[in-house]
Design a protein around this ligand. Structure first.
Ligand SMILES: C[S@@+](CC[C@H](N)C(=O)[O-])C[C@H]1O[C@@H](n2cnc3c(N)ncnc32)[C@H](O)[C@@H]1O
Length: 194
């Protein structure tokens, strides 16, 4: 991942924080798969909009982000600390009932994805689930803001997730949407259970 990605979120944290006003609708079916009242890890929480919905649904939450500026804003928003943590620093084992990563791992360098997915598998308890969304494409690159994206195909994503561990189930959803850049974008999300 290029340093320009985190530089963008550091320098534009306040503007970015106003971009998302409502939680991701796909969060709620994911939470139904997770043990009620269980512990969720969020990777790349941003301004904490989905994090707030996770807490309001009665879960315990470890929210994390690589941008100290966004983590500080989300900490204020949530009233609980958001840890400054890069994806590849995840070191938990058998800890989480759910790992949630909305539009965040799409910034991880493609070569780092297999290791990050293994770390997510290791961090989940048996029966725990992960939900993560990605911008779809055929090769990685940067957007008009200089942010790096792995722009991955569903097939390549599927191969990486399957290498990460013996999941009991893996499903995908695809849709057409957009993002902060307001460019029409193809998205894919994985839901997998350990
Ligand atoms: C597109 S935003 C999504 C934020 C939030 N999940 C949402 O849906 O609004 C991507 C987030 O991932 C974080 N991020 C990017 N690269 C990261 C990395 N390598 N490690 C940790 N966080 C990272 C950014 O700081 C940013 O908050």
């Amino acid at each position: 991942m290029s340093n320009n990605t985190l530089k963008f979120y550091q320098e534009n944290a306040s503007t970015y924080a106003t971009h998302k006003s409502r939680p991701n609708s796909m969060l709620f079916p994911f939470l139904e798969r997770c043990k009620a009242g269980g512990r969720i890890l969020e990777l790349g929480t941003g301004a904490g909009v989905d994090a707030q919905a996770i807490l309001e649904a009665g879960f315990k939450l470890d929210a994390t982000d690589g941008s100290s500026e966004l983590a500080a804003l989300a900490t204020l928003h949530l009233g609980q600390e958001v840890k400054v943590m890069m994806f590849d620093e995840l070191a938990a084992t058998d800890t989480y009932d759910g790992v949630y990563a909305c539009a965040s791992l799409t910034h991880a360098s493609k070569e780092d994805l297999p290791t990050i997915f293994e770390k997510i598998y290791r961090a989940l308890v048996s029966g725990g689930s992960v939900w993560a969304s990605f911008k779809v494409g055929s090769h990685d690159g940067t957007d008009s803001f200089g942010r790096y994206y792995n722009y991955i195909s569903k097939e390549e994503l599927d191969a990486f997730w399957k290498q990460a561990g013996p999941w009991s189930s893996i499903t995908y959803e695809s849709w057409e949407g957009s993002g902060f850049d307001e460019v029409p974008t193809s998205w894919v999300a994985i839901t997998a259970s350990k």
